[in-house]
Structure formats: structure tokens, C-alpha cells
Design a protein around this ligand. Sequence first.
Ligand SMILES: Cc1ncc(COP(=O)(O)O)c(C=O)c1O
Length: 366
Amino acid sequence: MIQLCVPEIRGNEWKYIKECLDTNWVSSAGSYVDRFEKEFSEYLNARKAITTSNGTTALFLALKVLGIGEGDEVIVPSLTFISPVNTIKYVGAEPVFVDALRDTYVMDVDKVEELITPKTKAILPVHLYGHPVDMDKLVEIARKYNLYIIEDATESLGALYKDKYVGTIGDIGCFSFNGNKLITTGAGGMLVTNNEELGEKAKFLSTQAKVVNENKSFYHPEIGYNFRMPNILAAMGCAQLENIDEYIEIKRKNAAYYNKLLKNVKGITLPEEKEWAKNVYWLYSIVIEDEYGVSRDELIKIFAENEIESRPFFAPVHNMPPYINCKRGDLSVTEELSKKGLNLPSSVKLTRGQIEKVCKVIIKIV
Ligand SMILES: Cc1ncc(COP(=O)(O)O)c(C=O)c1O
């Protein structure tokens, strides 16, 4: 089976985790948590990085430290994994859905302004499948209306918008280290910010809002959370981070090879990389147009018969029962992409032969 996207474990993971086991530092204290936060912030050129239990808790925390809650609206794409939308609801705010772009699949920034109301407090762009959102335009809108930007960069670690890493451009950026992500800790997340105060607040809230008194008793001035990452997982994160640039280069080469083999196939639209972007192709994604002759869903079945795992684009969140009555703009591109978009195998360990096998299936149908 050629799998969709599996972890790449080829560095110091065993060594660092063994060190945690040998020294008993397996839980939330220990040197690897600080080290992972430091090295991650250095990698992204961000002031602060705070580990969390997963990407969803990082997003929740971001909304919380920015004071977003009851009565507030947050503009978010509908073409996304549901997690960022759920976190808006967790804090008591309301999502307002914006459409996607046909070429890069990310939030259509030109459709954001019309959705802004006096209740809007933040915009939550999702850098989907490895490609950045057009951040300059979004920052301009946010400044004009005094809104926060929380970047969901969970699927695009290492991607660049101009010369900046995604996740470091808005007020807060969030990352995930779930097993299918570019680097993984099994489960885990990171909140990144250039605002020291927000960073400290996030760390405080994620560690039970705990103040340790002189006699070691705890004092909690507000309600905190246990969103900590254990040392044993941070150790894995440190090892994974050591190879990140190599993984990104492999993913980009694999995408280039897919592009080369598929470029003349009628009815297949290839992924774009805008001139201002560095796409990390977390999941190499294509659109199966009507003229291809076989539908996206039929193609998924044919892939499965050939022992190839593929995945349809996310189903639009605005059609899910909890969100059916939420405010929205025109979502026609989202609807279309979710019916026609397809993620192809994208693991770092994917071989050229495997890419050829996937492309042969696509070409043979034509
Ligand atoms: C766009 C997006 N946001 C948020 C998340 C949530 O991350 P986690 O699974 O670590 O909670 C994911 C993926 O898992 C995601 O794809």
C-alpha cells in the first residue's frame, strides 16, 4: 500500500527519547520542553514558542489569550479541517465562513472585507496543504478594522510568505505535530508569537495558571488548562526538527516530479505556487476537472484497487450540522473544490517509483 502521509523517523528520536527514559524525565518537566520551544522559535525567527498538547489546544489558547469570546465573530475558511472552527466555538465566539481560492485552495482574502461587522474580532487564515495565504493583503485588512490574526499553520510548517515563515506574520501562529504532519511528536502542538506578553500568558494558561509560592504551594489567580507537552514528546520534536529542511526539500522535489509527470494530463489541475510563496506541499493536491472523464470519487476507488491511498479535500465545514446556521459569504469555490480536490501520497519516504505508479493510474484512465 502506498500510504497518504506517514511519519519520517530517521534521526536522533530513539537517542533523545531513551535519554528521557533513562533519566526518568518523561513527563511535563525536563529539559527537552524548553529546548524544543527555543529551537522551534529560532527556526521560525519568532520571539516565543510555547508547546501544547496538540494543534487544537494551541488554537484554543490563541483565541483565549487574545480575549476572544462570547458575542465575537471570527472569519475563517470553510475549506479546512474542522479543528480551527471548533476552537472558535469552544471560546463562545461565532465562526463566519469565507470562500477559498480555486488555484491555491486557501482563504480568498478578497472576500474577507465584506464579512466584517462590528462584532468581528479576528481573522483565522488556514495555510492549507502547504501553501501560504496572501498575508500582506490580510494584514492590511486587519489593520484597517483593528482585528487580530491567528494563523493556522498546522499544515504548512516551513512554508514561506515572501521572506517570512507562515505562523509568524499574524499576532499568533499555531502548529500541529500530529502523526501525519511534516514533523511529528505523535501528538503535540506549538503556539508561536512575536509578542512576549501574549507568549507568557499562553504559557501560564497552558500550565494550569499556576504560581508556585515560596513554600512550594500553588496559587491559581485564574482558570488555567493542562495543555502541556510531555518531555518525552518534546525530545522527539527536537530530533524531528533537526531534519526539517531536508524533509521540505524532499517534499518539494516529489511535488516537482508529480508536476512533470502530470502536466499534460487533460482534466487534471496541478497545485500552484505563487511567486511570493514557498509551498511545502504537505499534501500534494490536484483537482479532478469534469473533462477528465472519471470523477474524483471514482478515482479514489481505482487508487484503492491499486493499493494507493488518496484522500478527498475536506468537506466544507459550513455544511456540518453544528455550523449549518452560521454566517457565511459566497462559498461556491469551496463547494466545488471539496467535490473535485484530491490529496495524493505525500510521505517524505515516497520513492520516485511510487510517484510513477500513482501517475500511471491517473494517465491510464485518460
Ligand atoms: C488545518 C488544521 N488545523 C488544526 C489541526 C489540529 O491539529 P491537532 O490534530 O494536532 O489537534 C489540524 C490537524 O490535525 C489541521 O489540519
